[in-house]
Design a protein around this ligand. Structure first.
Ligand SMILES: C[S@@+](CC[C@H](N)C(=O)[O-])C[C@H]1O[C@@H](n2cnc3c(N)ncnc32)[C@H](O)[C@@H]1O
Length: 192
């Protein structure tokens, strides 16, 4: 499907971003929402993934965080903060170890300089992984993260395998629209 068609589909479905279709494919395949109540959306703005979660699972309690502001989404608790400071957000901090699912579409601003972008993405991914590992329920929490296919991916995967029992890579069809300098992929990580 062409990029404009995905954007149109998102608009017609009432979603803020076409990024929801990447998430939709992985959620459908893993059925992880069925067993998730407390959900952490890391790097949530402008809010497409949060909207999607609330639409698919009315019972879910979504906590979303981004350095940018986000227009409110009904039923979503949003905090404008960097994930580096997530421990300072009391309502989220008090749920440490209780989250059933963490989702992350987090991405740094790209400089266009490949080596710098690759390093920045890796650093942010490691930070996100650390947050997810600490905040997820240790017995059944799952983590879905979008990342980029670059030279650091193997390294990232190895780090994930240290924290999580199963690490699976998905490449949703909706990602084929992301033909910028680097293409992206999603990793699904099951609990330790
Ligand atoms: C691709 S967008 C997320 C799109 C979102 N999933 C949606 O469906 O609307 C990536 C987001 O990561 C955020 N971000 C980057 N660094 C961050 C950080 N350190 N802490 C929190 N959010 C961050 C950016 O501000 C940006 O809004």
């Amino acid at each position: 499907m062409h990029v404009d068609s995905w954007a149109l589909k998102a608009k017609k479905s009432g979603f803020r971003t076409r990024a929801v279709f990447k998430l939709d494919e992985i959620i459908q395949k893993t059925q992880v929402l069925k067993r998730s109540k407390y959900i952490l959306d890391l790097g949530s703005a402008p809010g497409g993934w949060s909207q999607y979660i609330k639409q698919k699972s009315k019972k879910s309690e979504v906590y979303a965080i981004d350095i940018l502001d986000m227009e409110s989404v009904e039923g979503v608790n949003f905090y404008q903060e960097s994930i580096e400071n997530i421990d300072t957000i009391d309502p989220i901090f008090s749920l440490m170890g209780s989250f059933d699912l963490a989702i992350s579409d987090i991405a740094p601003n790209l400089t266009g300089i490949h080596a710098i972008d690759t390093e920045n993405i890796f650093e942010l991914n490691i930070l996100t992984l650390d947050v997810a590992a600490r905040y997820l329920n240790k017995s059944h929490g799952s983590f879905i993260m979008k990342t980029f296919q670059n030279s650091m991916l193997k390294n990232l995967r190895k780090k994930m395998e240290l924290s999580f029992k199963i690490v699976q890579t998905f490449k949703p069809a909706a990602l084929l629209i992301s033909t910028f300098l680097i293409s992206s992929m999603l990793l699904f990580v099951a609990p330790r």
